[in-house]
Design a binder for this molecule. Structure first.
Ligand code: GLU
Length: 501
């Protein structure tokens, strides 16, 4: 079997989002599984929509995700360079000449204005205009003019495009590796432009020539490209080339809205769409990516892998290596899959638990930055007690600070509810005299004997933490110890006495 060669072929017209990264990931997994090659090709034929920072964004994103190509733009790769289409014009010229010579393509001189007029004429008749086999013979192209006229026009540099001459009436049957056999009648295809009037190849020409010349064996790409597949098949046929295997991935749909996810239909400030931070070139506005929002790259990749693929059982957590082992095109969904933000957070949480060491280092750094001394064993205990409360690493300080520092400020909303100051002070003092730290159970017991137990527990928590949050109160008291607990409670009593909160 020949070596598997797959490619990720983004167009640098904007930041790649979830869907793009998932396409790259599935290509990566297939290549790795079969010891093949994963190639990055930049499809920048649409120079009007080209965004200069989009290419570096693609490279940085793949790097952060840990799914880097073996070959391609920014990576090199020998005989198949260059890997960016704007530098491959000389290759496309060579192949377009073949198509022209063998009458698979033709020159078309119709101006935009001509086409606009035709479109309107058709509209008036209630018909759709499409440059296809039905009407190509009534338009201004090399099929409808003499050879002399054509030569004259070319000599005079009259602008033209080159169109593909679709053979009508063929029923194409293509086996999509995900969807099975798909049939299509070429009567419904229009004569797509292959070369634009500025001499640049279009997506259809560049994409097919590149897949062939770069020896791509499998094309895994989004469902939105299915309709292009038929024209591509015809292009391959005209060269006498065998097309690659195709697999069209299901759309990623927005669970809370309508249709497929995109920058347009999402409130993407609340809903992470991009892998890493994107800076809009026109406004310089920054949009956070998964990276900046605190997702681990492996959690992000795991979540994306499951968005359209499953191993055939209920297992959901996979490292990248495990994904490589288990991945199979056969198990990719046919229908669209819903993106669920809650699920994305759930995935990150699973990786929080797997990455305790990282949490430890992060918290240790937070403490060092605040010049707080700590004991490693104590820190591990704190992490064990609080880890199930966080979804993101940056949340850890907010859930653990009270183990290390006493509160300075107290949440006013609770204090304002204290009506009888003297009753409270008297009872806390009674409690303080009784507090016994000999054992956890004794501590619990003392509280259970209190009248108004719930209220006083809240109050003590408040004096220890500064608000009503935190893990089980007795655990906190046990962790910070008698001296520190009493100190904090007394400090709080003073605040109540002086009513300075
Ligand atoms: N350049 C296309 C894109 O921007 C890729 C199409 C393909 O993979 O064939 O998504």
């Amino acid at each position: 079997m020949s070596i598997i060669r797959v490619r990720f072929a983004p167009s640098p017209t904007g930041p790649i989002h979830l869907g793009g990264i998932r396409t790259a990931l599935y290509n990566y997994l297939l290549a790795k599984k079969y010891n093949g090659k994963f190639i990055l090709r930049i499809e920048d034929t649409d120079q009007n929509r080209y965004l200069h920072n989009a290419v570096s964004y693609i490279l940085k994103s793949l790097k952060w995700c840990g799914i880097e190509p073996n070959e391609g733009f920014g990576y090199g790769g020998g005989p198949y360079e260059p890997y960016i289409q704007s530098k491959r014009s000389y290759i496309y010229k060579f192949y377009i000449n073949y198509l022209l010579k063998n009458k698979y393509a033709y020159y078309a001189f119709d101006t935009n204005k001509d086409l606009e007029i035709k479109r309107n004429e058709y509209k008036k008749l209630g018909l759709n205009f499409s440059y296809d086999h039905r009407i190509r013979m009534s338009l201004n192209n090399s099929l409808t003019m003499t050879k002399e006229n054509l030569i004259k026009k070319l000599k005079c540099n009259i602008p033209y495009v080159i169109r593909f001459k679709v053979i009508p009436g063929l029923v194409l049957k293509v086996n999509d590796m995900i969807r099975g056999d798909i049939k299509f009648n070429t009567n419904y295809l229009d004569d797509k432009v292959l070369l634009k009037s500025n001499g640049m190849a279009t997506y259809h020409l560049a994409n097919t020539i590149d897949d062939y010349t770069m020896k791509i064996t499998h094309v895994l790409r989004g469902e939105e490209w299915i309709s292009s597949m038929f024209i591509h098949i015809l292009i391959y046929k005209s060269f006498g080339w065998a097309p690659p295997n195709f697999a069209h991935l299901p759309l990623i749909l927005n669970k809370n809205g309508k249709g497929k996810i995109s920058k347009r239909n999402l409130n993407y400030f609340k809903f992470p769409l991009f892998p890493i931070e994107w800076k809009e070139p026109s406004t310089n506005k920054k949009i956070y990516g998964y990276k900046e929002l605190g997702y681990f790259p492996d959690a992000f990749i795991n979540m994306l892998a499951m968005l359209g693929w499953n191993p055939g059982n209920n297992r959901e957590i996979f490292s990248l290596e495990e994904l490589v082992n288990f991945f199979s095109i056969k198990k990719i969904n046919k229908s669209g899959v819903f993106f669920d933000k809650k699920k994305a957070i759930w995935f990150n949480k699973q990786y929080i638990i797997k990455n305790k060491n990282k949490i430890f280092l992060f918290l240790a750094k937070e403490l060092k930055n605040r010049s707080i001394l700590f004991d490693n064993n104590f820190l591990w205990k704190v992490i064990d007690l609080t880890i199930d409360r966080i979804n993101f690493i940056y949340e850890i300080w907010d859930h653990t600070y009270y183990f290390f520092i006493e509160p300075d400020n107290y949440d006013k909303s609770f204090i304002s509810k204290i009506k009888d100051k003297n009753y409270v002070i008297k009872n806390i003092n009674i409690l303080l005299n009784k507090l016994n730290f000999n054992s956890f159970n004794e501590l619990k017991c003392i509280f259970s004997e209190l009248e108004n137990k719930k209220f006083f527990m809240k109050l003590i928590r408040f004096s220890i933490v500064g608000s009503l949050k935190g893990i089980e109160l007795f655990k906190i008291l046990e962790m910070i110890g008698k001296k520190q607990s009493i100190k904090r409670i007394k400090k709080f009593i003073k605040k109540i006495e002086s009513q300075v909160y």
